[in-house]
Design a protein around this ligand. Structure first.
Ligand SMILES: C[S@@+](CC[C@H](N)C(=O)[O-])C[C@H]1O[C@@H](n2cnc3c(N)ncnc32)[C@H](O)[C@@H]1O
Length: 221
């Protein structure tokens, strides 16, 4: 995979509050529901103890995991994002400011790792994948939510102030990310038309590429 450069654009309070506010918009709510359904299908059968969330941001997904009774350590390296996350006073969650490429945990520490659209913004993708591999127990589960480079948001990412700094992944690149862990189960949704109308559940869905891809794997024992 060609590794494209990117950087973390979530370090300022302005970007952090704008990011969190997106989830309250009409489109944001619909997209969020679709994504939650997709990710939940990967999580619902799994043990809920000893999870790590990487790139937890403003804690939007952390809240979902907490309400679903997961016990989770949630990590981000943006204090601005974490400040909003901490204000949500979530149960069974420990928030930590740490870099995904230099995690302060011992080898084989976590039973599960979940990360939603963080690898898109990590400056050192290989470093983050090495750390995921290091801290995930053999037999543990990795769940990733990723943005599809072939979707309309992917094709138009350079017009977006935040996404222009992201590295979207093609479905093949997502499979490549998982190669070292095993054969992933993949599902997808959030279909946009070229004029950004949401197509999920409509007849036109099959004419578009999904914007959100979730993949999970049990790390080989
Ligand atoms: C698109 S946001 C996703 C936030 C959250 N997962 C969500 O879906 O709402 C990406 C997050 O990854 C974090 N991030 C980027 N690079 C990171 C790194 N090296 N270590 C930890 N977090 C990082 C950013 O600070 C940001 O909060």
């Amino acid at each position: 995979m060609e590794i494209k450069n990117t950087r973390n654009v979530f370090l300022t309070p302005e970007v952090a509050s704008e990011y969190d506010a997106y989830y309250q918009t009409e489109t944001g709510k619909i997209v969020d529901n679709i994504e939650k359904e997709i990710v939940w299908a990967h999580l619902k059968e799994l043990s809920k103890t000893n999870w790590l969330e990487l790139g937890c941001g403003t804690g939007h997904w952390t809240k979902f995991f907490s309400e679903s009774k997961f016990q989770i350590t949630a990590v981000d390296n943006s204090e601005a994002m974490l400040k909003i996350a901490r204000s949500k006073s979530l149960k069974n969650v420990e928030f930590l400011n740490a870099d995904a490429t230099r995690l302060p945990f011992s080898d084989n520490h976590f039973s599960g790792i979940v990360s939603i659209t963080m690898l898109e913004f990590v400056d050192d993708l290989k470093g983050a994948l090495n750390e995921i591999d290091r801290v995930l127990k053999p037999g543990g589960t990795l769940v990733l939510g990723c943005l599809n480079a072939l979707s309309e948001p992917g094709k138009n990412k350079n017009n977006d102030p935040v996404f222009q700094h992201a590295r979207f992944f093609t479905p093949n690149e997502i499979k490549e990310i998982f190669t070292r862990f095993g054969n992933p189960r993949i599902s997808a949704g959030v279909y946009f038309s070229p004029d950004f109308e949401l197509l999920d559940g409509t007849e036109k869905q099959s004419t578009a590429e999904p914007a959100f891809i979730a993949a999970s794997v049990q790390k080989q024992k």
